[in-house]
Design a protein around this ligand. Sequence first.
Ligand code: AMP
Length: 283
Amino acid sequence: MKIIQSPEEMRAWSDEQRRRNRTIGFVPTMGALHEGHLSLVRAAVNGNDAGVASIFVNPTQFAPTEDFDQYPRPFEDDLAKLGAEKVEVVYAPDAAGMYPDAFSTYVLVEKVSQGLCAGSRPHFFRGVATVVAKLFNAVKPHRAYFGQKDAQQCAVIKRMTRDLDMGVEIVEMPIVREPDGLAMSSRNQYLTEEDRRKALCLSRALFLAEEMLKNGERNAQVIISAVRNAMRDVTIDYVALVDAETMAPLETVTRPATLAVAALLPTARLIDNIKFDPGARKM
Ligand code: AMP
């Protein structure tokens, strides 16, 4: 497994693969890898001739008050996990290489970037879109794999890729959960035992709402109220029922929807969601 640090070297490697007609599947990450990340990595390796993963804790998506310094960076463990999955290249640029002096170009994806996580993290999607655009320019993937766990992020990346003619196929992968339902996240390791217990109410609330939707409930306010009630033991950042593609709020669930929640626990901010398509036929 090759470790590449500079955008120039990364591009040269990718150009060579493309010359040889090899397809490249790419998984951008911030490291501290868990089974959620690895499910994306497996799809990238199995669905393409070469799998590439990046590890970069991106400073521009953190506000000064957030956990950039504290974010876990178990680099050697991450490399071992990626090696075991037969990734060919780990792209691990450093912040100075990614954001040289006088860096001044950002990607702003309007509308889809508003609401939900943007409420408490107003700079987040500008940072994410910019770093993913840069990573795509260096890695030049045919396909890139993102987790539904970050549903708004997925919607933003799909819109950016389409709007800017990037020619990268975005593959959205299902959420990988702990056996008790908690969505896996690198930030779960911040949780105290008590917070870990409380955190379970996010997935429980979503599964309850999923049952309501499956049973025919379509009124967003009714569903949101039930979710809020099921999350009464934590501080809610938001509960939103939105169009799955545009992230615009829905009053009635008449098209594919994302029900997304975020909660502020004392030790971590957690997000989770489910998707529901009212047009999908029952199995
Ligand atoms: P991160 O390292 O948090 O930036 O995440 C890297 C990628 O892994 C993103 O596309 C996430 O959506 C995805 N991811 C994180 N957690 C999970 C999970 N529990 N299941 C599936 N994908 C995930």
